[in-house]
Write a protein that binds this ligand. Structure first.
Ligand code: MN
Length: 474
């Protein structure tokens, strides 16, 4: 069964599991939607039916746990990385449908009727944000050279009734519009709002230039994504999306954008950035406006899970016995990587650390542990660091490498990287005459099997038979 081929099928699933909070109380676009979503973060999605001055509802927090992303893919949490890698290896081409069969074309708005803030409840999230931001729009563009599409998410500031300011970091979309801009041409771009967690996740794949992330989504569903050609531009968009903004990135135009509260829980600064002019809007009947509160679990995990999959792949090229990786929430799902591995050769822990730094520039601090340490349990990870690490031989420091420009402790992105090799020395794993090994963890026989509830006294028994033990001393 497909649980998440569109936002509406996913909402139905959440509703059946009682994992969506319906918020009927009148709420303001300014901060109130973000505040309530944040309170529900990690527990429930927030569906706002009564946004001040708007008829259109707002959804936020569609998936805020690993469990929910796994459920969206109809798998269990432990399969997330392998499933994602398999989808990247075997993408499934999209299936084009006619406009009449595409719900997102049920309504078409053209010309002067395009007025973003009049049409949609676009929230202000953080205190010092420059204004209303589209935070959950899939930006889809076609490479003018190859015709292949690219999907990515960019923060989009509402700068006018048909104008957006965009932060476009130097990756794939940047390449497309730069090629066009050098010839004085705009680049067609569609902003797709209101999709399920699988499309959001696929959009964050660390895929090579030329690979269409929507085809990765198709592979994740095991079913081609139905797409429709836009009304005014040459781009194909998911036919069951809620809202599509059709527009173009203007050549040679830069306008102020920012500040904007970002995933590291700091503000990305204001500067002159690229401008998108909206030429048309299409939307379903009774559309739902989707937002992602920046730095929420939804935002962090969307960046984290696909990165983990790619890093796992990279690390296994270096040491095939790498078991799993975890980009922790506290490390913003970007900067802190925990790796579990089966060490077969002395020194491999350090090779894994070096490979992680090379694998993605965002990786800043790496902890490598033996395979029996649960890397999703941070108390376990800290225990390994506390008892299996000596700085004089287990520490790796790389100075002046490229890190994240959004990490305010870097010098415009130039960063120190630190690795902690917490694997135990292979020579220590010897046991003589059943004496404990040097790094043998204590264990209580039967601990896993014992069912403590069978041993507990009933409350009534405490009162009647054992009350001599439960009283205040005079
Ligand atoms: Mn791409």
């Amino acid at each position: 069964m497909q649980r998440a081929t569109s936002l509406r099928t996913w909402l139905k699933y959440l509703e059946e599991k009682n994992e969506v909070a319906i918020i009927d109380k009148n709420v303001s676009l300014n901060h109130e939607i973000a505040a309530i979503t944040k309170k529900l973060d990690g527990h429930k999605a927030a569906f706002f039916t009564n946004v001040e001055n708007y008829r259109t509802p707002v959804i936020a927090g569609t998936a805020t746990t690993r469990q929910q992303f796994a459920e969206a893919l109809n798998i269990n949490e432990q399969e997330l990385h392998e499933r994602f890698l398999a989808a990247m290896d075997a993408p499934l081409p999209c299936k084009e449908v006619e406009s009449k069969d595409a719900p997102v074309h049920e309504n078409v708005i053209l010309g002067d009727d395009v007025d973003l803030m009049k049409l949609f409840p676009i929230p202000v999230h953080h205190e010092k944000d420059s204004g209303n931001y589209i935070a959950a729009g899939l930006s889809i563009a076609k490479d003018p050279a190859t015709g292949n599409q690219n999907v990515s998410i960019h923060r989009l500031q509402v700068s006018g009734k048909n104008r957006l300011g965009a932060l476009i970091l130097p990756r794939h979309l940047y390449n497309f519009y730069k090629n066009n801009e050098e010839q004085g041409k705009p680049l067609d771009i569609a902003i797709v709002i209101g999709v399920d967690p699988v499309k959001l996740l696929a959009s964050q794949a660390i895929a090579p230039l030329g690979q269409d992330e929507m085809e990765i989504a198709g592979a994740l569903y095991g079913e081609s994504v139905p797409v429709v050609k836009c009304k005014t531009i040459d781009v194909n968009v998911p036919a069951y999306a809620e809202i599509v903004l059709e527009g173009r990135i203007l050549p040679g135009v830069r306008e102020p954008e920012g500040p904007f509260g970002e995933f590291p829980k700091y503000y990305g600064p204001k500067s002159n950035k690229e401008v998108i002019e909206i030429t048309a809007i299409t939307h379903r009947n009774n559309p739902i406006f989707q937002t992602i509160v920046p730095a929420s679990y939804e935002h962090l995990l969307l960046g984290g899970i696909p990165r983990e999959a790619s890093l796992l792949n990279t690390l296994r090229d270096t040491v095939p016995t790498v078991r799993d990786v975890h980009l922790t929430l506290g490390g913003t799902c970007r900067y802190h990587l925990v790796v579990s591995m089966k060490k077969r050769n002395e020194g491999e822990g350090k090779n894994v650390i070096l490979s992680a730094f090379a694998g993605h520039y965002d990786v800043k601090h790496v902890v490598v542990v033996d395979e029996e340490v649960d890397i999703y349990n941070l108390e376990e990870v800290e225990w390994a660091l506390a008892t299996r690490f000596q700085a004089d031989k287990d520490l790796v420091v790389i100075n002046h490498a490229l890190g994240s420009k959004l990490d305010p402790s870097t010098d415009d992105g130039v960063s120190s990287k630190v690795g902690f090799d917490c694997t135990v020395p292979l020579s220590s794993k010897v046991s003589i005459n059943n004496e404990p090994q040097e790094f043998e963890r204590i264990s209580i026989p039967g601990l896993e099997r014992v069912n403590e509830t069978e041993y507990l006294l009933q409350q009534v028994q405490v009162q009647e038979e054992h009350k001599i033990y439960f009283h205040e001393e005079k």
